[in-house]
Design a protein around this ligand. Structure first.
Ligand SMILES: [Zn+2]
Ligand SMILES: [Zn+2]
Length: 349
């Protein structure tokens, strides 16, 4: 089978590798048919993270199920499923608390597409092993567009959790989204509107993303960042820039909450005393997506949000090594299904 491998800084290649085997009665083999670039992928490919090549890239996809172990009951061959980025057992103490990102049944940080807790393959690859099929895989409801929910594995669900959690306690909240990464800010704008924000402002210096944010329902003409002080109940920081993060933090009103969903590898300086005096909360962390994916699939299917707004590039496998190096926003790589069952009426013709 073909694996998409980061071979060096800014270098991607399809490499022939042995197909994974079904190593557990609880496992499954799946074939990604719509794989999305996560906002982290560009930096993983550029090798500007602590994770060094070679490694298989990709941790967001919808896949078709090829084969399942004999103990698997939730999915079967031919099903389309969302594959969460994190490898998790579903029954350890951490998983039972909803912290699948901290599953203790596997190596710490075990995930697809990032060599942080071993090598588990990448979700752009042709075949992938899923060790805990029932705990991890989420079947797509009939009629779901796989491309639209390809990023439910990570970015789309992350955006939902980061916005809906603080908004649950703050009806009619004024929300500021600080954009900066390729897609998370735009997705957060959409999710803030779904979650009941009274107003969503968007701060970003990039004209292309500002246009997508406006298309997604944000107000993008919000004046200078220095004039935002204490205006917002909820801030979503989808940025890697320390100054932009601080503009967002200082935009928090007393009692506000900031969800920080951009990944910064270097520790930022933040205005802790200003935050202290406002009695605010700050959440930072990888999203344990698994429990929230069914909700996100429903939001997309009921057209309450449209993730394809941030997916201007639908690409083939051949395009992927070049397109993923510097994507405009999100790229969705599509691949033919091979398990499509023949409709009963066509069987005897
Ligand atoms: Zn990611
Ligand atoms: Zn677990």
């Amino acid at each position: 089978m073909q694996e998409l491998i980061v071979t060096g800084p800014g270098e991607l290649a399809w490499i022939d590798s042995p197909s994974p085997t079904l190593r557990s009665t609880e496992g499954a083999l799946v074939r990604p048919i719509a794989a999305a670039s996560c906002d982290l992928d560009r930096r993983l490919i550029a090798c500007s993270t602590p994770f060094k090549p070679p490694f298989a890239i990709g941790h967001e996809c919808v896949a078709e199920v090829l084969q399942v172990g004999e103990q698997v009951s939730g999915v079967q061959r031919g099903d389309l499923v969302s594959v969460p980025w994190k490898i998790a057992c579903g029954r350890c103490a951490a998983c039972l608390r909803g912290l699948s990102s901290a599953c203790t049944a596997v190596t710490k940080y075990a995930a697809y597409g990032v060599p942080a807790g071993g090598h588990w393959g990448g979700l752009f690859s042709e075949e992938v092993y899923v060790p805990f099929a029932d705990a991890m895989l989420v079947p797509l409801p009939a009629g779901t567009d796989p491309r639209a929910v390809a990023s439910a594995s990570d970015n789309l669900t992350d955006a939902w959790v980061a916005t809906s959690t603080p908004l649950q306690q703050r009806a009619d909240a004024r929300v500021l989204v600080v954009g900066g990464t390729e897609s998370l800010g735009i997705l957060a704008v959409q999710m803030a509107r779904v979650a009941g924000a009274a107003q969503v402002d968007y701060l970003d210096s990039d004209d292309y993303r500002r246009a997508l944010a406006e298309l997604s329902g944000a107000n993008v003409d919000i004046g200078a960042s220095s004039a935002l002080d204490e205006r917002y109940d909820v801030v979503i920081a989808a940025t890697r820039d320390e100054q932009a993060l601080n503009s967002g933090l200082l935009g928090l009103a007393p009692g506000g909450h900031c969800s920080c969903i951009g990944i910064m590898f270097e520790p930022p300086r933040i205005p802790l005393f200003d935050l202290y005096m406002r009695n605010v909360t700050l959440s930072v962390g990888v999203c344990s997506v698994r429990h929230h994916i069914p909700t996100v699939l429903e939001l997309v299917n009921s057209k309450q949000c449209d993730p394809l707004v941030v997916c201007p590039q639908i690409i083939t496998c051949d395009d992927a090594p070049q397109a993923l190096i510097d994507p405009q926003a999100k790229c969705i790589m599509v691949r033919e299904r091979i398990t499509t069952t023949v409709a009963p009426t066509e069987r005897h013709t």
